[in-house]
Design a protein around this ligand. Structure first.
Ligand code: ZN
Ligand code: ZN
Length: 119
């Protein structure tokens, strides 16, 4: 029989928009974060954003963040460039990967086609 389990507080916090109580996330992003944890502690700078919040932080209209399918994150033990390279190796033919060297994070989204850019 299944035991009811509480949704982890930290995960709920992670996937909830900072401006409201809406939460949305994709399994693809969570799976990637669990995979990335092998390299060190994962620090998420942005995950789900509702449309208003996305607009207020200058996000692109229709951004994968507004679907809960994107995350911006870094791992202090690994350089941003290294992290980007590891993701690129793991997902050679798919996903959106943005390298934000100045801001010190990598953007990941679980789109099916391949997109790469420098922020
Ligand atoms: Zn919001
Ligand atoms: Zn992003």
């Amino acid at each position: 029989m299944y035991k009811t389990q509480k949704f982890p507080k930290t995960l709920k916090y992670l996937v909830t928009c900072p401006c409201c109580d809406t939460a949305r996330f994709s399994i693809g992003v969570l799976e990637m974060l669990l995979w990335a944890e092998q390299f060190g502690e994962v620090f998420v700078t942005s995950f789900f954003r509702c449309h208003n919040y996305n607009k207020s932080v200058g996000g692109k209209i229709g951004s994968f963040h507004t679907k809960g399918r994107a995350v911006d994150f870094f791992i202090p033990q690994v350089s941003v460039r290294e992290l980007y390279d590891k993701l690129n190796e793991k997902f050679p033919d798919s996903c959106g990967l943005g390298l934000y060297l100045k801001n010190g994070f990598v953007h990941f989204d679980d789109r099916l086609n391949k997109a790469r850019w420098n922020g």
